[in-house]
Design a protein around this ligand. Sequence first.
Ligand SMILES: [Zn+2]
Length: 201
Amino acid sequence: MNWISNYVRPKINSLFSRREVPENLWSKCGECGTMLFHRELSDNLNVCPNCEHHMSFKPRDRFKALFDDGLFFEVEVLDPTVDPLKFKDQKKYTDRLKTATKVVGEKEAMLIAEGEIMRTPVVGACQDFSFMGGSMGMYVGNAIIAAAKRDKKNLTEESADVLFHMLVMLSSCDVDFKSVLKELERREGKSGLIEKSERKN
Ligand SMILES: [Zn+2]
């Protein structure tokens, strides 16, 4: 403990306790309420030095902390069709997107980056909870596809895993894989919606 911990910090806490926290410079620990200077917090990887509470990370800060020397490249994500379902609850989905973009300062709820961890090339996907609670919209789907495309070997291995488990399941249920292929042939060229409506009839 020193005079900063004993005197300055409590003073700052009392000063800000009933006022709004100034943006960017100070953050309040959600656990112990200590006011933390942004540089102190980022140097400690967003962990409160007072109570060790782990605070949320913005995607770019997470990548900076994760990749060697804080170096990474952001991977481009294709823009999806905006709101094809014309979704609306209390507000229009498109309005919610506009507000989130403005407030958070990010295009969408996920960021993809490429870098190295201990000199091993890695592609990372980081979701931003402050953007509509990390909304799993079409953009996030496109982002995951963009990430997977960067690492074809890994995608091949993961797909082989999925397929292997699928084959084991089919075999244990005594379903021939050929009948699955036949079902896929039947669906060829049809949109998912049309095919599903046909199955109901
Ligand atoms: Zn704390």
